[in-house]
Design a protein around this ligand. Structure first.
Ligand SMILES: C[S@@+](CC[C@H](N)C(=O)[O-])C[C@H]1O[C@@H](n2cnc3c(N)ncnc32)[C@H](O)[C@@H]1O
Length: 292
């Protein structure tokens, strides 16, 4: 299906990424080209309302885009990248140097305490790169960030600086907003494209600032977008399994026109929960559901 009411056309493009700016559970960097291959070849504004670490956005390098997420400290990082990338470099470099000069664990805990007293982008940026397994976890009750220090050395400030420059270029046309997905998606106009990568059901309650997530509300919003001739692509965990819990996802009939499976390798969250063991059987395939 090709919608015709596009005001200004962007063309699908794939510029594979070499490194991530942020470490984030559910990061789609390795599979971004495969996912983007299923996008329409032309569209208006690109929307990514569950932005996380922005892997799809930065691979697509859209001319015009809206990147949003409900998690405010995360969006502070993106907004700073857009407004003043040097500030982002400074945030990281300063924390990295302090940590390397002193007692690594004590300094990590100091930054974590600073974040927990006042959740903010500057501390979160460093914590997501330095924490154990790159898995930032939050206590459900109050959003307290609980991940211990990682055993790895966080990326050197010089390399991080290069990544900031690269990601600044790739996201130049993007407006970054702190929004609930529904508010972001209802901004779309006919011919625009929305890629949704919501939290995996059940398994991700303690991640991403411990928000709750309502899949039914997402389906209703997708239905509205489809009625407005907005293209929507939805990623869903294709295994339908979270730990020992089988999650049957009640997908409304007639909402999607096509479904494709995308090979997403092994689940990073699983590896963390298993204390670093490799799980050969735990191969995850993402389902992509398309409204066109
Ligand atoms: C699976 S992650 C997205 C990962 C992303 N594709 C990447 O490559 O890093 C899901 C994201 O949805 C966000 N989120 C959760 N509930 C939301 C809501 N109601 N509205 C907008 N974003 C939400 C979380 O903060 C998290 O960053």
């Amino acid at each position: 299906m090709q919608y015709t009411l596009i005001p200004e056309i962007s063309r699908r493009c794939i510029e594979p990424l070499r490194g991530q700016l942020l470490k984030w559970v559910g990061n789609k960097q390795r599979f971004a080209p495969e996912i983007i291959n299923h996008f329409p070849s032309q569209f208006g504004t690109y929307f990514e309302p569950f932005l996380g670490s922005g892997a799809i956005l930065a691979t697509l390098v859209p001319t015009r885009a809206v990147g949003s997420d409900i998690f405010q400290p995360l969006m502070e990082i993106w907004q700073t990248l857009h407004q003043d990338p040097d500030v982002l470099k400074e945030w990281y470099t300063q924390r990295c140097h302090t940590m390397m000069k002193g007692d690594k664990l004590a300094e990590y805990e100091r930054i974590k305490a600073s974040y927990n007293t006042n959740p903010n982008g500057a501390d979160l940026l460093f914590l997501c790169r330095a924490c154990y397994g790159g898995v930032v976890r939050f206590r459900q009750a109050d959003g307290y960030m609980s991940t211990p220090c990682g055993i790895h050395m966080p990326i050197a400030p010089k390399s991080f600086t290069r990544r900031v420059d690269e990601w600044y270029r790739r996201t130049k046309g993007t407006q970054f907003l702190t929004l609930d997905f529904q508010e972001a998606m209802t901004m779309a106009k006919p011919g625009d494209l929305i890629y949704c990568d919501p939290p995996y059901l059940h398994s991700q309650g303690i991640l991403y600032g411990a928000q709750t997530f309502d899949l039914k509300r997402l389906f209703k919003t997708i239905e509205w977008c489809k009625s407005q001739q907005v293209y929507v692509v939805l990623s869903i965990d294709g295994t339908k399994r979270s730990g020992d819990f089988l999650c049957e996802i009640p997908i409304p009939g007639g909402l999607f026109e096509r479904e494709v499976l995308v090979n997403c390798g092994r689940s990073m969250l699983k590896r963390f929960q298993m204390g670093g063991q490799t799980m050969k059987s735990e191969v995850v395939a993402d389902r992509l559901l398309l409204t066109y």
